[in-house]
Design a protein around this ligand. Structure first.
Ligand SMILES: NC(=O)c1ccc[n+]([C@@H]2O[C@H](COP(=O)([O-])OP(=O)(O)OC[C@H]3O[C@@H](n4cnc5c(N)ncnc54)[C@H](O)[C@@H]3O)[C@@H](O)[C@H]2O)c1
Ligand SMILES: O=P(O)(O)OC[C@H](O)CO
Length: 333
């Protein structure tokens, strides 16, 4: 039987543990609080992150990383992106030999501008063919309700991606393989920033033309960055690009979208952070995405606008006027 360790028992870690268990894997689910692990084992529910959802048999929760990691064919990493480096460094001595490390995270590291798979390779000291990424339009609550969805599993080695695909394929969860790890990770990280922008527009009372414009031009700037970084531009019209943008920018379940909506309605950053209970990766990653864009000499005006609103306190109405009054351009350059 395939064994999977999931490090992170938040909403996506728990929902993906359900997918793996439904696909026939034996799953150990790690979280840092022993009391939550005990509650999951005794009630069969994760009361903090997926209340009311009965977890399938085949998931065992633990707060002990060594116990979680033991004999795992796949080690799934799903903690907030900015905490990965420190957490993974502590888990490395316990990792099962030969395990494939799978990132479910959608962020870029602040300071280094590294993608999560790069952080994993660096910290765990493993080659690219031992690191995979899973991404796509996967709102945790909908997956936990077993609503049909597709995803992308990306790895430089397609046979590894195929093994992961088999390990997490269920009647409601359909993973496709891809070897464009860079494009898949960029799609996942930048859509959170565009999700913030669309949320801000929604909060300001703007309509569907504005939303469609932000989604489309957001995809254009994501693709520009991807091209500069060696990604396949077709990845951005797939599940990791357009697919995830559509889900994030249209759903009230998206934490990034909701965060932006609160800002657009006039809440301050501090007030918005105070009412946000879960991880909204774009809030930090908008700065690292902009950093990445500057390192590669790529123009990302929507990302720049989001950074100015979220981190520089620019009023959304002022930022919007500036975004709309940039010099005229051709649609494709
Ligand atoms: N929720 C979704 O719908 C969804 C879907 C796809 C991808 N993702 C991505 O998955 C990642 C995790 O998101 P989530 O939705 O599970 O977040 P969450 O906020 O629901 O849960 C985060 C988990 O990380 C833990 N955590 C927080 N800080 C930590 C630290 N310093 N050390 C160790 N653990 C820590 C929390 O206790 C919790 O278990 C993010 O990168 C997100 O973009 C989320
Ligand atoms: O809630 P968000 O904004 O982190 O989005 C969740 C997923 O990434 C959607 O695919």
């Amino acid at each position: 039987m395939t064994k999977a360790a999931v490090f992170g028992n938040g909403s996506w870690g728990t929902a993906f543990a359900m997918v793996l268990a439904d696909a026939g894997c034996e799953v150990s689910l790690w979280g840092r609080r022993a009391a939550l692990a005990d509650a999951i084992n005794s009630t069969g529910v994760n009361p903090d992150y997926l209340p009311g959802v009965e977890l399938p048999k085949g998931i065992t929760a633990t707060a002990d990383p060594a116990e979680a990691a033991r004999d795992a064919d796949f080690t799934v990493l799903v903690v907030p992106s900015q905490t990965l480096r420190e957490n993974l460094a502590a888990w490395v001595p316990d990792l099962a030999p030969g395990t494939v490390l799978v990132s479910l995270m959608k962020g870029i590291e602040l300071g280094t501008a590294k993608r999560m798979s790069e952080v994993v390779q660096e910290v765990a000291g493993v080659p690219a063919d031992r690191v995979a990424v899973l991404t796509g339009p996967n709102l945790a609550k909908e997956i936990a309700a077993r609503q049909p969805a597709a995803a992308v599993v990306a790895c430089a080695d397609e046979t590894v991606a195929q093994r992961l695909q088999t390990a997490c394929m269920t009647p409601y969860f359909r993973p496709y393989t891809n070897t464009d790890v860079v494009g898949c990770e960029l799609g996942g990280a930048v859509k959170n920033v565009i999700g913030l922008a669309v949320g801000i527009a929604d909060g300001m009372g703007l309509g569907d033309n504005s939303k469609a414009t932000l989604i489309t031009r957001g995809l254009a700037e994501t693709t520009r960055l991807g091209l500069a970084m060696g990604a396949d531009p077709l990845t951005f019209s797939g599940l990791a690009g357009l697919g995830d943008l559509v889900a994030t920018c249209s759903s009230p379940l998206s934490r990034n979208h909701t965060f932006g909506t609160n800002l657009g309605r006039g809440m301050s950053l501090e007030e918005t952070i105070a009412v946000t209970k879960q991880t909204a990766e774009g809030v930090k990653s908008c700065e690292s995405v902009l950093d990445l864009a500057r390192r590669h000499g790529v123009d990302m005006p929507i990302t720049e606008t989001v950074v100015s609103i979220v981190h520089e306190g620019k009023p959304p109405i002022v930022a919007l006027k500036e975004l709309m009054s940039r010099s005229a351009k051709a649609e494709r350059r």
